[in-house]
Design a protein around this ligand. Sequence first.
Ligand code: HEM
Length: 472
Amino acid sequence: MATTIGEHSPGDELFNAFKYMILFSLCFAFFSWRNIVKKGRPPCMDGWIPWFGCAIDFGKAPLDFIEETRRKLGPVFTIVAAGRWMTFVTEPEDITTFFQSPNLDFQKAVQDPVSHTASVSTESFFQYHTKIHDTIKGRLAPANLHNFCSDLWGEFKQQLEQLEHHGKDDLNKLVRRCMFAAVVNNLFGAENVPTDKDRVQEFSDTFVKYDADFEYGSQLPPFFLREWAESKKWLLSLFSRSIANMERKETESQTLLQSLTKMVDRPHAPNYALLMLWASQANAVPMSFWVLAMILSNEDVHAAVKKEVQDHLGPPGDEPITEEDLKKLPLLKRCIMEAIRLRSPGVITRAVDKPLKIRKYIVPKGHLLMMSPYWAHRNPNFFPEPDKFLPDRWLDADLEKNLFLDGFVGFGGGRYQCPGRWFALMEIQMLLAMMIQMFDFKLLGEVPKESPLHVVGTQQPVGPCPVEWTKI
Ligand code: HEM
């Protein structure tokens, strides 16, 4: 029988049926293969598009996505996003494995982001990373903090004295204005960084740009992030000049920057300085903001902290505040710990170097193992009423002996735990004690929520936090 245009011959139909059968078999084979491969692995959120996975949903609000997926898939789960297989552990009983397992590797997890954000070569990174970590840890150990206290007090005093008698601003900006230059001068040496007002402002503004897109910069090629790439270039060139100057005039005192740059390969010295700048500012500045915002928004706590500061420090004077003075402010310290609990980094990460058994699952080599201090700190078994700011829960910890509460992982853990943690606690306590000693603060609105957009480091507020101050 003849066929006309638009009609199908039996041969065509047979061919079509054959085509669909092949397509169906391929799909079946693909999904069976996926199921075989995934057998024994944690439940996985991998989207419909291979490799790309759930990159879009994850990217929209990664902090919220982690918790939503935990609710759907349970305490251990994998997320596939843009070629990365990230397995999350969310329960406290898996913390020890995360920090102690020999199958996990800190350096392999951070090397690639370090190379993107600070252009440190793979070879240099593996050669110097441990040495740098140990030097920072040693220089900023509790026994050495007295070396920093007096100068830091002087730096903070200088910044605070420049504030108007009465003013209004965003609290986050205000804290940065008081902290950024003071801490940079203290750790890097005032003679090695810009000190005149306009240049300091440019330095601080450029750092804010670098910090804002640090997380994207750690994954995307620079042409997607022009402004961020410019800020990185600006900061690297600043450190290139500082280090060249430092070499010309050898001084006896060794700032942390000087120790650091002397131990690494010379071409990468500015790059390590940039990393050090980021590590020392990216968490401590927003965290100081959160502590003060939480204190100011809790009337009783605010009154008690103010009284503690007035009773033990008295009015501002010319004598530096010492470590001994800070020990007399335990309530302020508890407020700091509680704010860190509530605003801890969204994730910390380790590379799975050998297959890792977690509960009934095997996590294969090549995955990134992720833990979320932010969500771990919202476990009611460890922190009852987890969303509330309750500084007195820290009465159960021996903070004088530097012991934290069980389940607290705000500074990470294991071999590469935050080496700046004791310095961070000291600087935040000193700055806030001095601010409360010198000024009356009043919030002019609600404290903004934390942004769910970033998971690396302390969250930024979603909007401004207007505050008014008057010099006492
Ligand atoms: C409240 C403030 C701070 C918080 C919450 C914080 C938190 C953290 C966390 C969670 C890590 C990752 C640790 C891990 O994966 O186990 C880390 C690493 C690090 N922190 Fe901090 N940090 C703070 C302040 C500081 C300060 C002030 C410095 C330096 C002066 C510093 C220096 C570093 C460095 C260098 C690393 C990387 C360690 C390495 O690569 O071996 N941090 N920090």
